[in-house]
Ligand binder design. Structure first.
Ligand SMILES: [Zn+2]
Length: 330
């Protein structure tokens, strides 16, 4: 066993302590402790119900009203609506408060990073979000809840209220491209970070997985924290196998000596609570996300300090999105 895999947690903590600019990539593994199942694992949604995968194929969604009706029933029952961030999510909020987090790229569509308290402008949802719906015809976009209310009230396949087009959750379906601006921001973050933390992702789906070799090629250290081996473990400076809700607080959390002022629960309520507005409360086309609101850094001199967290632009109508999170590798 290579020496770096011995004491992975301690080595990972050292790497975080000495890092100045951290980019994080998260996947389904960080949300399983919040009760959101993986899609492809042994207990995965698609593993147990192969027909579910068809729901996230754009062509089928467009062509088959029954697929859309099924998809809306699945969305209505999604565990994401009641899921709460776990200690792994909160550790990433601590990392942000430490001033070291530059960008948080997530493959998850559940919105839990923002719910935990990460600055929305720092989160790139590379596979979209379940918390918005978008019209596949006119591109109109808005929060999911009002459309779900229509489904609850009996509309099995609710149409766009503006143009009558087909509505779909704002996730990336098979057959769709990622939002180019999101990918470009994620790649820029991978290039400028001095540490990349890949947490809860099998690193098997591209282009997200490609951020790892990109960061390493630009000189970043690499921590891979995942229950199962990944194709990039051998490239990593530390590999962590422990459950993320235990491992991430240990690796990323505020050291005990500095935690006294952070004793408040960082979880924000989803409605009416303190903190910046949830990113999906208004159509993306008119959303101007607040800039970083970090307190002045008292810690290290950040290589990427103040890196802009631009508001994501409105979704282009052609980049429609779907019920489930995985775009086909391309
Ligand atoms: Zn429309």
């Amino acid at each position: 066993m290579p020496p770096h895999r011995v004491g992975g947690l301690a080595r990972a903590r050292q790497l975080v302590d000495s890092a100045r600019c951290v980019t994080v990539l998260t996947g389904a593994g960080i949300s399983t402790d919040s009760g959101i199942p993986d899609f492809r694992g042994p207990q995965g949604v698609w593993t147990k119900d192969p027909a579910a995968e068809r729901l996230s194929t754009l062509r089928a969604y467009l062509d088959d009203p029954e697929v859309r009706r099924h998809a809306w029933r699945v969305r209505l029952a999604s565990p994401a609506w009641t899921a709460r961030p776990n200690a792994g999510h909160r550790a990433l909020v601590d990392l942000e408060r430490s001033g070291k987090l530059d960008v948080l790229v997530t493959q998850n569509i559940d919105g839990l990073h923002q719910l935990a308290g990460n600055e929305p402008g720092r989160v790139i949802e590379i596979h979209g979000t379940l918390r918005d719906v978008v019209c596949l015809s006119c591109g109109d976009r808005g929060p999911t809840e009002p459309t779900l209310a229509r489904v609850r009230a009996g509309e099995e396949d609710p149409a766009c209220l503006r143009c009558g087009g087909i509505l779909k959750s704002a996730t990336i379906s098979f057959g769709q491209s990622l939002v180019e601006a999101d990918l470009a921001r994620a790649e820029a973050a991978a290039r400028r970070c001095d540490l990349l933390v890949a947490a809860g992702t099998s690193l098997a789906v591209y282009p997200a997985a490609g951020l790892v070799p990109l960061a390493v090629a630009h000189g970043a250290a690499l921590i891979v924290a995942n229950a199962e081996p990944t194709p990039f473990d051998r490239m990593a400076d530390a590999v962590v196998r422990e459950p993320l809700s235990e491992a991430l607080p240990s690796i990323l959390g505020t050291p005990p000596a500095a935690s006294a002022s952070l004793a408040v629960d960082p979880v924000r309520t989803s409605a009416g609570g303190p903190g910046p507005p949830h990113p999906h409360e208004q159509p993306a086309a008119t959303t101007a996300r607040p800039g970083p609101t970090r307190a002045p850094d008292t810690g290290p001199d950040l290589r990427c300090h103040g890196a802009p967290a631009p508001a994501r632009q409105g979704t282009i109508p052609t980049t429609t999105r779907g019920a489930t999170p995985w775009p086909r590798p391309s």
